[in-house]
Design a binder for this molecule. Structure first.
Ligand code: ADP
Ligand code: MG
Length: 272
């Protein structure tokens, strides 16, 4: 069992200053380094070292891709910088994103203006495109994993905790209720179309304040997502101000059938 940390605790060269939150695979803390700069330390609660190593390798491959074919896109990622051992616990080290997550912004405001959604969603989509090009599916696109710097347009894609190589048998199942598509819930091999669905569910929620298959409980929401006969309310019905081209692409991206979804590029281009 991982030992929870509190403000003032030291972990290697870092000093914990605040608990930021907890997710499926760990607890995120803000900490300061030797130069008093902020970093994020994620305590791995299920000691999944294979995945932690995969996350570091993935960070290196996407940054390498950004150094050659995808110049300028590195700032759209929150990379994993290192894996740290402290007694029996392991921590992932990441840059600290001062603006917090888009989920925080959504919780504060209920829903976001279309222009803010447009600005904040495009950089993570570009980041995800680079991931697909290196053969990996993110698998956990959701507002809590879209992190902000000082401006919505300087957002970045975070958290490779359940990312997996495309089209190979999964090492471990994993999905997020309300954002993952049916075939991901049912443990099909990872595919880029799964991230397309998750981006669409995220855009839908940011623009309307409601997830496309929202229900009273997580179990009921899982059932609505997993039922191939259930469709969502079209985006323009709830948000008439969204340009039709965007609403059409988001609605298609929420298809239960992955073959009916647009590509990530098409979803991205609908915002042009
Ligand atoms: N690099 C980071 N910079 C700033 N805040 C972060 C960072 N990573 C995570 N957080 C915050 O910590 C919370 C918990 O993160 P995480 O453990 O990944 O769980 P989840 O993504 O399910 O919320 C996030 O919702 C976010 O608000
Ligand atoms: Mg996360």
């Amino acid at each position: 069992m991982a030992v929870f940390r509190k403000p003032g605790d030291r972990v290697g060269p870092y000093k914990i200053s605040k608990r930021l939150g907890a997710g499926g695979n760990g607890i995120a803390y803000r900490a300061t380094d030797a130069k008093d700069e902020f970093v994020v330390l994620k305590l791995l609660t299920d000691s999944n070292l294979a995945q932690a190593n995969f996350e570091i390798e993935l960070s290196m491959s996407v940054l390498a891709a950004c150094a050659s074919a995808y110049r300028g896109l590195e700032e759209h990622f929150v990379p994993v910088l290192a894996l740290l051992r402290d007694n029996d616990d392991f921590f992932l080290v990441m840059p600290y994103m001062i603006g917090g997550s888009i989920a925080d912004a959504l919780a504060k405001r209920g829903k976001l203006d279309y222009e803010v959604v447009r600005m904040a969603i495009r950089p993570p989509m570009l980041a995800c495109h680079v991931m697909h090009k290196v053969g990996v599916v993110h698998r956990d696109v959701k507002p809590a994993n879209l992190l902000l710097r000082d401006h919505p347009a300087r957002s970045a894609l975070a958290d490779f905790g359940i990312s997996a190589p495309a089209n190979t048998p999964l090492r471990a199942p994993g999905y997020s209720t309300g954002y993952s598509c049916p075939e991901q819930m049912f443990n099909h091999p990872a595919s880029p179309a799964q991230d397309v669905f998750s981006f669409a569910a995220t855009i839908y929620e940011l623009a309307t304040g409601i997830r496309p298959f929202a229900a009273a409980t997580e179990d009921e929401e899982d059932q609505l997502v997993g039922d191939y006969t259930v469709t969502h309310t079209p985006l323009n019905t709830l948000a008439p101000n969204i340009p039709h081209s965007v609403a059409r692409a988001v609605d298609a991206a929420l298809s239960k059938n992955p073959l009916a979804r647009p590509s990530l590029r098409e979803l991205y281009q609908s915002f042009n």
